[in-house]
Design a protein around this ligand. Structure first.
Ligand SMILES: Nc1ncnc2c1ncn2[C@@H]1O[C@H](COP(=O)(O)OP(=O)(O)O)[C@@H](O)[C@H]1O
Ligand SMILES: [Mg+2]
Length: 252
């Protein structure tokens, strides 16, 4: 213990002795390189950070800074070239692909940058289909899908095809679809990029509420500076590195 050091202020001591927070994920010295022809692109460059359970995290940074690449590794869609990622204590880099797929299907919900709803299915069918992929029993799928579409304020429109819905509605269906199997971790790649400011803020408020009331953990990417304040932690990326970590004070 270093408590005896004279002149160390209270905050320093508290930091030293604070109990370990409940950690959902650890990202340790993670690098991801892509080889294109003769060129090696280091999309993520030696990144280290933890994600606490029940926290709302934003990865921000310019286009090309490595946000999507990092998010894909956090979601067990992709693997690091170097380094280690653990999820609930499991090392994602050392388990079989099968185990990794299973873990992702059950525990992670993903909202891709382009909402990627299936065009030939209604909103409800889209969510039911995702629930079947997540291994939810047939008899529970419909009720769970309706519950989450209701939560996203998609009621009358649940039997509409994606093409018949606005961008904001499609985004909300995609978020409902990602949450309907009740994952512990929600990943969202620029979920608000297609939305107007008002709808963006609504979606963000919804995310905040899911974290606060259900203990969901969220990691999302954005370059919209207007929505950063709603998260607990904002990680700024530049050229594949995390160059700044900002912790927002919890409100209430
Ligand atoms: N599959 C890939 N093959 C080659 N280069 C890639 C691939 N994916 C991403 N990159 C490159 O890695 C860098 C980071 O990309 P990305 O993670 O998509 O950034 P962001 O999401 O912040 O815009 C970019 O230079 C991009 O061109
Ligand atoms: Mg991206």
């Amino acid at each position: 213990m270093k408590g005896g050091e004279v002149g160390m202020d209270d905050q320093e001591i508290r930091k030293e002795e604070a109990p370990k927070k409940d950690i959902l994920m650890t990202v340790e010295s993670v690098t991801r390189e892509f080889v294109r022809k003769t060129e090696v692109i280091r999309a993520v460059d030696n990144v280290t950070f933890d994600i606490e359970k029940g926290s709302f995290n934003i990865l921000c940074g310019k286009s090309g800074s490595g946000k999507t690449t990092l998010l894909n590794m956090i979601g067990a869609i992709d693997l690091p070239t170097k380094g280690k990622i653990t999820f609930e204590g499991i090392d994602l880099t050392s388990i079989t692909e099968n185990k990794r797929d299973n873990l992702r299907r059950k525990k992670v919900g993903i909202v891709f940058q382009n909402t990627a709803l299936i065009a030939q299915m209604t909103a409800l069918e889209n969510v039911e289909f995702a629930l079947s992929v997540a291994g939810i029993k047939p008899k529970n799928r419909k009720i769970q899908a309706i519950t989450w579409l209701d939560a996203m304020n998609i009621k009358e429109r649940r039997n509409h095809m994606p093409a018949e819905m606005s961008g904001g509605e499609q985004a909300r269906v995609a978020i409902g679809r990602a949450l309907a199997h009740e994952p512990v971790l929600l990943l969202a790649d620029e979920p608000t990029s297609e939305l107007d400011t008002k709808t963006s803020l609504k979606v963000m408020a919804m995310f905040r509420n899911l974290v606060d009331t259900r203990g969901l953990t969220i990691v999302m990417t954005t370059h919209d500076v207007n929505i950063m304040n709603i998260a607990d932690n904002v990680f700024t990326m530049e050229d594949g590195r995390i160059v700044d970590v900002r912790k927002n004070k919890k409100s209430g």
